[in-house]
Design a protein. Structure first.
Length: 460
């Protein structure tokens, strides 16, 4: 007798492309807050524009590659699992490494951004405890999302606009109010008159391309949320296009306006809060508190997005036998709460016990950048191994050449960029990836047996 196998609860198709854009598209300009000022000091005005612009362009091309692969497998969530579709037959554990690396890159940003938000709260009241504030932020993101994705989407719209609108005002006001001076953008050389194409110049560029990639490559949640789009085939590329277009505009214009209005010297005095004097100079000191609210809002949005993205990556890993089965669980609202719980506990640990979370962020970026390299490589392998597989979005053949360039560039950024922050960060990053291989091995050798629920027969 034929029986039906019930795979259990599934992720709900509850969002359109515009809601997806609110969740992850509006967050990308906010990723400029922690690192734009430092990149300007290290690279100069023109160097920062080049790095952020190039990183955004690479991110846009990667989004094109992701759109083809993600629509080939519309029920697959996350670029690491998509990478496994192409690479798994050659290196079975590569998907686990790529997916876990992508998860760590998003997950550690929760604690970092929660702590950054806490530091900005302390500007108003220095007596506040940053760790307590950060913990409350992490718990609030968990509670908001455990009741369903739509609540997260609403928060995404509100906080996303808090990020984008002030930045747009800074760009428009900086260019139109007479404070902008093109002379501030000079000289065009890298600091210290380092030649652009010397080994020192290229090394400096590679270091900052590694950091900028963590910000500018952030369109991958479109692939993570693919199973939850109502019309995956059309919603994923639309959300990706909107996201990378917005990122390109802000990542190119914000360095130009920041330096044109303030100059490198002013930014170097406090590179981490360069947006505060920028808005204050354009609109007056009263606007300082407004930009503070927007900056905190962008940090909160990032925590919210990371909570959504990381838990779904872990669940898809488990469904694809890349890690332990525990992460497959969904609550009665269709939310992967076990993955969210790991994110919460992991980041609470970072907030309270880790001496330097920035080192962990750099270490997490090794896996994050690697996950993009692997999914682009998977695109190339799938073109060779699965030429007849349905491709609702099929890119032109010249995209294979573009994909190879991306693989080479990302590999270069990882190899030459990551060690500049110390071998300690590199070792931590490699250990994190090694854990993913252990979890994969456990699933393959120990935790293999699947549980099926036999549904009532349709024949009665």
């Amino acid at each position: 007798m034929a029986i039906d196998v019930d795979p259990g609860p599934t992720l709900k198709k509850s969002i359109g492309w515009l809601q997806g854009f609110a969740l992850f598209g509006l967050v990308l300009p906010g990723y400029l807050y922690p690192s734009l000022g430092s990149s300007i000091v290290a690279l100069g005005a023109i160097g920062a524009v080049v790095v952020w612009g190039m990183s955004s362009i690479i991110g846009a091309f990667q989004a094109g590659v992701i759109s083809e692969v993600s629509t080939m497998y519309p029920d697959t969530a996350g670029i690491g699992v998509l990478a496994h579709r192409g690479i798994g037959r050659y290196v079975p554990w590569a998907g686990a490494v790529g997916t876990f690396g992508n998860w760590v890159g998003w997950s550690v940003s929760m604690s970092v951004n929660a702590l950054l938000a806490a530091d900005y709260f302390k500007v108003w009241d220095p007596h506040l405890n940053a760790q307590i504030i950060a913990s409350v932020i992490l718990l609030a993101a968990y509670v908001a999302n455990v009741f369903g994705l739509k609540q997260g989407v609403v928060a995404g719209w509100v906080l996303g606009l808090m990020t984008v609108v002030p930045m747009a005002l800074m760009i428009i006001g900086g260019l139109l109010t007479g404070h902008f001076s093109a002379h501030n953008l000079l000289p065009a050389a890298l600091p210290g008159h380092v030649a652009w194409f010397s080994m020192s110049g290229l090394g400096l560029i590679w270091v900052w391309m590694f950091i900028a990639g963590w910000s500018a490559y952030g369109s991958d949640p479109a692939a993570t949320l693919a199973p939850e789009f109502r019309d995956t085939v059309h919603d994923v590329p639309r959300a990706l296009t909107a996201t990378v277009s917005l990122a390109l505009v802000f990542y190119v214009l914000m360095p130009i306006v920041s330096v044109g209005v303030l100059g490198v010297h002013t930014i170097s005095q406090n590179p981490y809060t360069a947006f505060v004097p920028l808005l204050s100079k354009i609109f007056g000191p009263v606007a300082t508190d407004i930009v503070m609210v927007s900056i905190i809002g962008s940090f909160l949005l990032t925590v919210n997005l990371s909570t959504i993205d990381g838990s779904r990556v872990l669940r898809q890993m488990s469904k694809d036998h890349l890690t332990i089965k525990w992460f497959e669980h969904l609550n009665n609202r269709g939310i992967p709460t076990h993955g969210m719980l790991l994110d919460l506990l992991f980041n609470l640990f970072l907030v309270w016990f880790l001496a330097n979370p920035i080192v962990i962020l750099v270490a997490g970026n090794i896996g994050y950048m690697l996950s993009f390299t692997l999914v682009v490589l998977a695109f190339l392998l799938l073109r060779k191994d699965e030429p007849k597989h349905a491709r609702p979005i099929k890119l032109k053949s010249y995209w294979k050449g573009i994909a190879w360039v991306i693989v080479v560039l990302n590999t270069t950024f990882i190899i030459f960029g990551a060690p500049s922050y110390g071998m300690g960060a590199v070792i931590v990053g490699l250990v994190i990836l090694a854990i993913s291989v252990v979890a994969w091995y456990w699933r393959q050798r120990v935790d293999r047996q699947e549980k099926y629920v036999v549904a009532p027969s349709k024949s009665g």
